[in-house]
Design a protein around this ligand. Structure first.
Ligand code: MN9
Length: 291
């Protein structure tokens, strides 16, 4: 059953129109573009989608738009994480109605909840819906580090299918996989996919996959054939791009790249600042020749 969850999953970005509304048409175009490249699925409504800068109604619209376009064509995971349990359950129930294959959530953050509170948050969600849950561990942004021992308290339950590990602690990634070989571990930092795969990741969820999924699909194929030299060459090329994105702001930069590729993507939502023309030029000069 876990086979369909393995592979390369773009964490979809959210396009906005001139009035700062979610641009569903461009989102559909982005979905089609990536399906054509052969991605295995989509991670919908995550950090990369600016989830915490969207209203719940906008998050539902994003989920609906993607499922309407991609359902039946690939695997769909909805990130429904909120810091309120009730709000997260509302989104999770909607994901179930829309036909998503799984839900995922970052740990509730900001109030420094105890681990027991965090644990109850996740169990309340899986008790409320039939969909399996993928834990999203992202200590750098959420401020909550779910340790290997913490994660084990979830993975012992069948309803938890695995963990999206956005952390450069690759020892922890290896420890999850060693303890639970049948559960899923997704690599979270695209610039270290090679490391993640070599330590046992089943696939990856990433923001730069929005516009260069083919590179990561190839890295995964090469690693499966033990072609480390080939995989390294592509990772190196991708990392020149990611380094340029990090310099200007990853999400803003990715949107500028998609604009340059012909998608009417618009800027990231405030307080994210728009890129200056000089920043755009500096970025695109590095990125476009490598795509
Ligand atoms: O989902 C992504 N994390 C965020 C994972 O966007 C916060 C990554 O794909 C990074 O954006 C990427 C660049 O650091 O690896």
């Amino acid at each position: 059953m876990n086979e369909k969850f393995k592979g390369i999953f773009p964490a979809l970005l959210t396009p906005f129109d001139e009035s700062n509304r979610v641009n569903t048409k461009v989102l559909e175009e982005l979905v089609d573009y990536n399906l054509k490249k052969g991605v295995d699925g989509f991670y919908v409504g995550g950090s990369t989608a600016e989830a915490f800068l969207l209203t719940d109604e906008e998050r539902l619209l994003v989920m609906k738009t993607v499922s309407g376009r991609a359902k039946g064509k690939c695997t769909l995971i909805a990130h429904i994480g909120c810091i309120s349990t009730a709000q997260a359950i509302r989104l999770a129930k909607a994901a179930q109605e829309m036909g998503y294959d799984a839900v995922s959530s970052v740990a509730p953050f900001y109030y420094k909840f105890s681990f027991n509170e965090i644990k109850k948050y996740y169990f309340d969600i899986v008790d409320a819906v039939e969909l399996p849950m993928l834990i999203y561990n992202f200590p750098a942004f959420s401020g909550v580090n779910l340790t290997v021992d913490n994660i084990k308290e979830f993975l012992n339950d069948d309803r938890f299918i695995g963990v999206k590990h956005t952390s450069n602690d690759y020892f922890a990634l290896e420890q999850f996989k060693a303890a639970y070989p049948d559960k899923l571990v997704y690599n979270g930092y695209d610039e270290m996919l090679l490391a993640g795969l070599s330590m046992g990741a089943d696939g990856a969820i990433g923001s730069t996959f929005n516009f260069m999924a083919e590179k990561f699909i190839k890295i995964r194929e090469m690693m499966a054939k033990n072609d480390l030299t080939g995989a390294r060459k592509i990772q190196k090329e991708a990392n020149i791009i990611i380094q340029a994105l990090c310099k200007v702001g990853v999400m803003q930069g990715e949107k500028a790249v998609l604009d340059a590729l012909g998608f009417d993507f618009g800027p990231a939502r405030a307080p994210f600042a728009s890129l200056t023309e000089a920043q755009k030029k500096e970025l695109l000069d590095v990125v476009m020749p490598l795509l």
